[in-house]
Design a protein around this ligand. Structure first.
Ligand SMILES: CCCCCCCCCC(=O)SCCNC(=O)CCNC(=O)[C@H](O)C(C)(C)COP(=O)(O)OP(=O)(O)OC[C@H]1O[C@@H](n2cnc3c(N)ncnc32)[C@H](O)[C@@H]1OP(=O)(O)O
Length: 233
């Protein structure tokens, strides 16, 4: 049985806050930092995204679903604690670089990249990620770049794997692009945990249109649970 998201999202910043400005803590450092929670409605959100978001917020009211907060940066302290736990503290990145680093799926200005919010169903043990892909994510004219979609798939499957297994890294992704997804349209990622074998977590997902009539993409991922103290680099 999975524990609460706050307990399971070990490598993530876990929010206990209010819309607009969550109070966030890091499981590794026990520090408290204030960071903007980006998984909340903004003027750049389309009407469709906002409507879907409101539907899922309603589902959160009885506690069966939970919105997952999302920041664009990690604090230096949290970064150091993470690297100490899983990389012997030896990542070749300078402190000033760490403080400027941004979480890749949140690295564009509002509305130009991905806007997204994830919801976790405690009962069904799945994540739904509601998103829109902005103008800077274009691949072929008028459609989203496949690599951009893979980034969001990796992030969503990775979040699911973290909820199920703690600190993980992506070992393998396999993606089938079924239909091109129009730029600025809204999509829904649905994840499921297929199996756990030792340190290996197998998760899968698809991306559908809001009306569920179109499956744009299907993906499977293998995530490996990190072993504290094991040197990877
Ligand atoms: C803040 C919010 C964040 C939300 C989510 C973020 C998502 C983003 C996640 C990422 O993008 S992580 C970055 C991309 N990934 C990497 O850079 C990982 C690079 N690879 C590694 O560092 C290592 O290969 C890895 C940590 C994945 C595994 O190394 P280990 O030395 O810990 O594992 P090991 O080699 O002992 O293998 C453990 C098991 O996994 C299996 N395995 C490992 N890699 C595999 C692979 N690629 N394919 C199939 N099986 C694999 C391996 O055979 C073995 O199976 P058995 O237990 O059955 O023997």
């Amino acid at each position: 049985m999975l524990r609460s998201c706050a307990a399971r999202l070990r490598p993530l910043l876990v929010a206990h806050g209010r819309p607009g400005g969550a109070r966030l803590t890091s499981t590794f450092s026990f520090e408290e930092v204030t960071q903007k929670d980006h998984a909340l409605p903004k003027p750049s959100w389309s009407k469709d995204l906002r409507l879907l978001f409101d539907q899922f917020m309603k589902k959160c009211e009885d506690g069966s679903w939970e919105r997952l907060p999302s920041c664009s940066r990690h604090s230096v302290q949290r970064f150091q604690n993470f690297t100490k736990a899983f990389f012997s503290g030896s990542i070749p990145v300078k402190e000033e670089q760490i403080s400027q680093a941004k979480f890749f799926p949140r690295s564009f200005e509002d509305g130009l990249g991905f806007e997204y919010a994830m919801f976790w169903s405690k009962d069904e043990k799945r994540i739904v990620c509601l998103f829109q892909g902005g103008l800077y994510l274009q691949g072929i004219p008028g459609f989203l770049h496949g690599g951009a979609l893979v980034t969001l798939i990796d992030t969503t499957l990775g979040t699911h794997a973290m909820l199920a297994g703690g600190a993980v890294m992506t070992a393998n992704l396999s993606i089938n692009f079924k239909r091109p997804m129009p730029l600025c349209s809204v999509g829904v990622i649905n994840t499921q945990l297929d199996k756990i074998e030792g340190r290996k977590l197998f998760v899968s997902c698809n991306i559908q249109s809001v009306d569920e009539k179109t499956v744009y993409t299907e993906g499977t991922g293998l995530f490996i649970k990190l072993e504290p103290g094991k040197t990877l680099v």
